[in-house]
Design a protein around this ligand. Sequence first.
Ligand SMILES: Cc1ncc(COP(=O)(O)O)c(C=O)c1O
Length: 461
Amino acid sequence: MNDKPNSIEARDIAYHLHPYTNAKKHLEAGPLVIDRGEGIYVFDNNGKRYIEAMAGLWSVGVGFNEERLVNAATEQMKRLPYYHTFTHKSHGPVIELAEKLVGMAPVPMSKAFFTNSGSEAIDTALKLIWYRANALGQPERKKIIVRNRAYHGVTIAAACLTSLPANHRSFDLIVPDVLRMTCPHHWREALPGESEEDFATRLAKELEDTILAEGPETIAAFFGEPVQGAGGVVVPPATYWQKVQAVLRKYDILLVADEVICGFGRTGTMFGSTTYGIEPDIMVMSKQLSSSYLPASALMMNDRVFGPIMEESDRIGTLGHGYTASGHPVAAAVALENLKIIEERDLVGNAAAMGRRLRDGLDALTDHPLVGEVRGVGLIAAVELVTDREARTALETPGALGALVNAHLQEAGLISRAMTDAIAFCPPLIITEGEIDELLSLFRIGLDKTLAALPKGSVRA
Ligand SMILES: Cc1ncc(COP(=O)(O)O)c(C=O)c1O
């Protein structure tokens, strides 16, 4: 850390409380200050270059210096920098974006509603689902089903649907009746000798048993990320979603696909729902919607959801929900241009092709003593780190090995993310073959440096 009293690092320490950071440790460690971006790279304030192998927070699909997005924002700022969408008001960019999203949806959707973050969109989905249940005269239908290791955000309701301990501890969350199913991670959760198919069947049965035990008429919806992201890049068994959907349909339970990470190409098709044949009633989108150049998120709903909401808003007199920046014109203009770029440059096809190269390269590391499992789909992957491959365990403190590897990667010029002891890769969709190879060679360097730094005898290959 730079300890000059007026350095940018010292001022960050003095004035800035960081999200997802140990606030006390930050006083000592200080920030990594990122100064500029170029393609898949970012540069810190000392000029050091890093591959941004997480696309920021799984989000900067088109890379870090896309002029067309800058121009789209500038033009819209000049024309109409702000207007709202309350009380029947509208504007060109939000109308065009709503039409575009409904047109892109993998299953028939009726309407798009705009929000500013993934968490707000999830909260909105939950509120609309409860509103709908009341509209249908089913006030008891309020319970929500999620999976262990789910990540749906951090606002109070979204954090309740998230199933990661750090998002709950000491926060006194208040949404009742959230039911948590087994995480569909075969490597971790399968019984000895259980095939992926049998594992998926068992999880579908767990879901059905839970629904029956609780009373189907009390369950409002199932929320799920097609591929769980922050919970460790959990790629479900091939038939998992098919089996889960069959159960939900049987009991008339809504399915919400949280496409915040998977949406717009990440899994090698336009949506995670496309990759897994998911037919959601609600889709939640953010991140790659605008490549995070500006905050933007949205949810789409089908007629089954919209119809009762429409009736209830008429009964009450208004839909009493919305944000000052719902459908912000500058964010909407940026999102539209971003989607145009994704389509014109076939970044979805590139994600599929580069994802295969990334996966092949990671698979080639499975003989490394610290690599327990490689998993991924499209251009999202994770490597589970272990110090004992047979026992599938890492160092005694969960997350210690992940943090160590991550620190070595950062030193080598690769920004990744450790989720407990899994290292995630989710680079910008524009990544090239040469850049994938560079990422892989930096990863190997980080693994080797970590191995060399661990005490002798602590690793069982
Ligand atoms: C799947 C998923 N849902 C929701 C969210 C919450 O989004 P935000 O951080 O914009 O509130 C995230 C964020 O990473 C996410 O990955």
